[in-house]
Ligand binder design. Structure first.
Ligand code: 0WD
Length: 260
C-alpha cells in the first residue's frame, strides 16, 4: 500500500527528465498518487516539443491530465484547474516548480536589470504561486498541500544568481503569507530550498559548476544533493507525514545554508 493511494494532484513545471518536478513526481507515483501535468505552450503547434517531451515521461505513469499552461495567462490557469476538477473532483496537492528570467537580465548585474525583465521574472517565478493557489483553494481538500521550489539565493547574496535571488525572496515570503491565509482552510503551503542540480533552468544560471564545487567543498555533507533526495523531501512535505508543517522553507542542500 502506498502513502498516496487515492490521492490526486496537479504538477506544474516538468520540462524534461532532469526537472526537479519530475524527481518529486517519480516519488509520488511510486506511492500511488494520481496526477495531472502541464507544460509550457508550444510556440509552433506543428512541432509540439514541450508537449511531446512531457507525454513521453508522464503517459507511462498514467497521467490523467496533460495540457499546456503558461502561468502568465489567467485563462490557461483556469483551464488547468477546470480540467483537474473535472478529472479528479478534488485535489490533495499542487506542485509549483517554475521559474524564469530573461537571459540578459539574469546574467547581468542586478543594478543593470531592466524593468520589463524584472516584471517578467517576478511574474513567472513568484506571482505564479499566488495565481495557482488562488485556484487551488477551491479544489484542494482540507488537509491538502501546496509545494514550491526555491534556492538559497533568496536568503543570501549568491554571486551569479542575481535577479533570480530577488524573485526567490519574494517566493519565500509568498509561501509564508499563503500559509498563514490558507492554514484556516486546512491547506499547507511549503517550499523546498534545494541545493544546485543540473537542469534546463540551472544551465542558465552563471557559474553553476562553481556553485556545485562549493557544496562539495564546504557543505557539512561535503557533496551536492541528488534529484532523488529532493524528490523524497518533496514527497514528505506533500504527504500527511508533514501534517503539522506549513510556511516552512526546508533546506535540502546537504546543510550548506548553515555555513558562514
Ligand atoms: O539547481 C537547481 N536546478 C535548482 C532549482 C535549485 C533550487 C531551486 N530550483 C528551482 C527553480 O528555480 C524552479 O523554481 O526549482 C524549480 C524547477 O527548476 P528546475 O527543475 O531546475 O528547472 P526546469 O526543469 O527547467 O523547470 C522549470 C520550468 C520550465 O522549464 P524551462 O526550462 O522550459 O523554462 O518552469 C516552467 C517550465 O516548465 N516554466 C513555466 N511554466 C509555465 N508557464 C513558465 C511559464 N511561463 N516558464 C517556465
Amino acid at each position: 500500500m502506498g502513502m498516496f493511494d487515492g490521492k490526486k494532484g496537479m504538477v506544474f513545471g516538468i520540462a524534461n527528465d532532469h526537472s526537479i518536478a519530475w524527481a518529486i513526481t517519480e516519488k509520488l507515483h511510486a506511492e500511488g498518487a494520481e496526477m495531472g501535468f502541464t507544460h509550457i505552450p508550444d510556440k509552433n503547434p506543428e512541432r509540439p516539443r514541450m508537449e511531446r517531451r512531457l507525454r513521453k515521461l508522464v503517459e507511462p505513469i498514467g497521467a490523467k491530465v496533460i495540457m499546456p499552461c503558461d502561468v502568465q495567462n489567467e485563462e490557461d490557469i483556469d483551464a488547468a484547474f477546470a480540467a483537474a476538477k473535472e478529472t479528479f473532483g478534488e485535489l490533495d496537492f499542487v506542485l509549483h516548480s517554475i521559474a524564469y528570467a530573461p537571459m540578459d537580465d539574469l546574467k547581468g548585474l542586478v543594478v543593470n536589470c531592466s524593468r520589463e525583465g524584472f516584471k517578467l521574472a517576478m511574474d513567472i517565478s513568484a506571482y505564479s504561486l499566488i495565481a495557482l493557489a488562488q485556484r487551488a483553494q477551491h479544489v484542494l481538500k482540507p488537509g491538502g498541500s501546496i509545494l514550491t521550489l526555491t534556492y538559497l539565493g533568496g536568503e543570501k547574496v549568491i554571486p551569479g544568481y542575481n535577479m533570480m535571488g530577488i524573485c526567490k525572496a519574494a517566493l519565500e515570503s509568498t509561501t509564508e503569507y499563503l500559509a498563514s491565509e490558507m492554514g484556516p482552510m486546512g491547506i499547507r503551503v511549503n517550499a523546498i530550498s534545494a541545493g544546485p542540480l543540473k537542469t534546463l533552468s540551472s544551465s542558465a544560471v552563471g557559474e553553476f559548476d562553481l556553485m556545485l564545487k562549493l557544496y562539495e567543498d564546504f557543505s557539512p555533507m561535503r557533496r551536492g544533493v541528488t534529484p532523488e533526495e529532493v524528490g523524497k523531501s518533496g514527497l514528505y512535505l506533500l504527504s500527511d507525514l508533514a501534517s503539522g508543517v506549513t510556511g516552512e522553507t526546508l533546506h535540502v542542500d546537504g546543510g550548506y545554508h548553515i555555513m558562514g
